[in-house]
Write a protein that binds this ligand. Structure first.
Ligand SMILES: CC(C)(COP(=O)(O)OP(=O)(O)OC[C@H]1O[C@@H](n2cnc3c(N)ncnc32)[C@H](O)[C@@H]1OP(=O)(O)O)[C@@H](O)C(=O)NCCC(=O)NCCS
Length: 214
């Protein structure tokens, strides 16, 4: 089956939110807390709304998708390309959580999850690309869509002569390693003491070195 890589339109955000829910299921505590109830129509709608707001407002963000030859969007990614500008640290805002504790937990997760990334963005002077999100509909996984979306960003990195970084899940790390990323650290997202019993989020912090220009 032939796949095409395209930039997402605003109308793609509901499907992207759906794929994010299907791909991560309940496997990823960061997604689970920052995008609550993603397996419900309300949660998916809010996920779509939030990604749409990002798409409209963040000049460093590009949403891309893979479409199959039936015209179905089967995968999506969000790449951040900073182009030499260090943006302000992002804040988790909104009113999407069922209570104050869940909101506090999500904010803590969001802030601490992003520490390695924001340090790299800062230290690079904004000369960096970041794979912020990569999701493939489970019924279309292992068909090459994920690799196409990774290569979109690594091609940008090569054009700019910069590093690429990613917070890799267990599912993604093999693919990233094949595409030139190396593991720098196994990073555990710390939680406040009162949430110590909750499931932990960790990831492999990976970097793809800048490639020598030919
Ligand atoms: C990770 C993910 C994006 C990979 O997408 P994909 O379209 O299935 O990947 P590809 O078909 O391009 O696979 C490329 C290679 O990655 C590796 N790979 C992909 N999925 C894998 C899995 N579940 N387990 C082990 N290796 C895997 C394989 O080496 C694969 O090559 P092969 O199929 O020839 O053996 C997809 O599994 C996904 O959406 N997972 C859930 C969400 C997630 O974890 N996203 C990444 C966050 S960092």
């Amino acid at each position: 089956m032939a796949f095409a890589l395209e930039e997402c339109t605003e109308a793609d955000m509901p499907r992207l939110s759906e794929i994010m829910s299907l791909a991560f299921a309940h496997d990823h505590e960061y997604i689970e807390s920052v995008f609550p109830a993603l397996d419900t129509p309300t949660g998916r709608g809010e996920g779509a709304e939030r990604m749409l707001a990002t798409k409209r407002s963040d000049p460093n963000t590009t949403f891309i998708k893979v479409v199959n030859d039936e015209g179905t969007m089967i995968a999506g990614a969000k790449w951040n390309v900073y182009n030499g500008v260090v943006p302000p640290a992002p804040q988790l805002t909104g009113d999407y959580w069922s209570n104050g504790d869940e909101m506090e937990f999500a904010r803590n997760m969001f802030d601490r999850y992003l520490v390695p990334r924001l340090t790299y963005v800062q230290n690079s002077g904004g000369n960096l690309v970041v794979l912020d999100m990569l999701v493939v509909d489970p019924i279309h996984q292992r068909q090459g869509a994920g690799r196409m979306l990774v290569r979109w960003g690594t091609a940008v990195a090569d054009r700019l002569g910069v590093e690429a970084v990613v917070e890799a899940s267990d599912y993604g790390r093999g693919l990233y390693a094949q595409e030139g990323f190396i593991v720098l650290e196994k990073y555990l997202v710390l939680v406040p003491d009162k949430s110590a019993a909750r499931r932990k989020q960790w990831y492999m912090w990976m970097k793809r070195p800048a490639q020598a220009r030919t």
